[in-house]
Design a protein around this ligand. Sequence first.
Ligand SMILES: C[S@@+](CC[C@H](N)C(=O)[O-])C[C@H]1O[C@@H](n2cnc3c(N)ncnc32)[C@H](O)[C@@H]1O
Length: 194
Amino acid sequence: MAATDDFDPEYDPEPHRILLPSLSDSPTVHSACCLALSTPLLAHLASLFPPAPRLILSIGSGYGLLEALLLAPPYRFNIIGVEVQPSSNTHLPRTHHRVVAGSRFLEPLAAEAEAWMFVYPRRVGLVEEYLHEYGARKLRVVVWVGPTADWEDYKGVFGGWEVNVQGADKVGGRAWEIVAVARKDTMASEQSVA
Ligand SMILES: C[S@@+](CC[C@H](N)C(=O)[O-])C[C@H]1O[C@@H](n2cnc3c(N)ncnc32)[C@H](O)[C@@H]1O
């Protein structure tokens, strides 16, 4: 008989079993992600990130579907999703999910991550604040994905970075979305530490 005194509601002995959808070659909308997903788009995003155990932080991960797909085989990235409390997360296991107290709060783990991902962020200031606070640590690449119309507001944040912007339709997404990849300009950063 179980000893009732030992009951701990926070204790979760089983790994989170989450069913992930199968993706196809064409971008498909899933209720748990703003971005239409496809196998080629996942493969493209995967090509941008450092392999595990190097850390990727997805800031504003929502339901965590995209992040859970990147965490699962075949990719197995070390990706952690950050959401505002109370989190809408339904796909990421606890070990790969962090919460912040409000939309103005930042997750300090950003200092340890080599890559950040922002998918459909709501506020330019959030990207700016993260870059200001933690952008000079281990960060090498920021992947921004969202509507083409929004990118105009965000692109100025990456002054001094090497930025590559592609229509998502070129890499397996929808025509009105953009995948922007900002890398630290290695020459500039080497000079600044010299
Ligand atoms: C438009 S939703 C996109 C969610 C998800 N990336 C997707 O594509 O489905 C933006 C998300 O950013 C989250 N968010 C806003 N401020 C945040 C913050 N400071 N830290 C983490 N997440 C934040 C919101 O709670 C919201 O879930």
